[in-house]
Ligand binder design. Sequence first.
Ligand code: SF4
Ligand code: SF4
Ligand code: SF4
Length: 229
Amino acid sequence: MLHSKRQFLKGCGALLAGASVYGITQSPLAEHSDTSSEADIKYAMVHDENACIGCNACVEACREVNQVPEGVTRVKIERRGPFGEYPNQSYRFSRVSCQHCEAAPCVRVCPTGAAYIDKDTGIVAVHEERCVGCQYCIAACPYQVRFINPETRTADKCDFCQQTQLKQGLQPACVLACPTKALTFGNLKDADSALVHLLKSKPTYRAKVDLGTRPKLFHIQTIDGEIML
Ligand code: SF4
Ligand code: SF4
Ligand code: SF4
């Protein structure tokens, strides 16, 4: 059942005003924040930091396709460096975006069920019409990748292009835009997918796995690089 903003605010205003995010173990209206889905699809992404040149084509493609306003973004490329001695210097680039956690803190704390995990795909997304903009999810996300969209006034973040590219049977915009093929998107449950082949062939790391969030954004670290978690 959908809960309108008006219904929610009327009934739970006091709770919103006084509750601490971390005081809520699971909001009563929250969808299941931890899925062991029986579905055939569990989407994930790999960012190859060796291939990434930091051009930000992914960021711009995401903005255009998903109509992300200036001043906020669903994906960032963090640059570190330079490393080495001139003229043999190099930079390292890391993708920062939603990890599509299998045990998602943002979903657990959402008081309206707006933040949810799509049981058919494992994508963590937002029901815009249910979101009251309370920002609990933003505070709860350990990866700091959620934001309030200044135009919709609701929580926003990477949804693997669920509402845009995937609906048309296309790969995510950032994946298609990357000139060096640094991004691979696919189904973790498809043993024949390029994603699974890549994960089997290269060592990867994921951020903050110690938190138990089971992130589905994998990184192939730079050959000479350090891992920044
Ligand atoms: S990275 Fe943050 S926004 Fe994405 S699923 Fe995990 S907790 Fe939620
Ligand atoms: S801001 Fe986040 S926690 Fe609050 S209603 Fe919207 S999605 Fe849920
Ligand atoms: S998968 Fe889609 S929503 Fe996510 S960063 Fe890439 S383009 Fe943006």
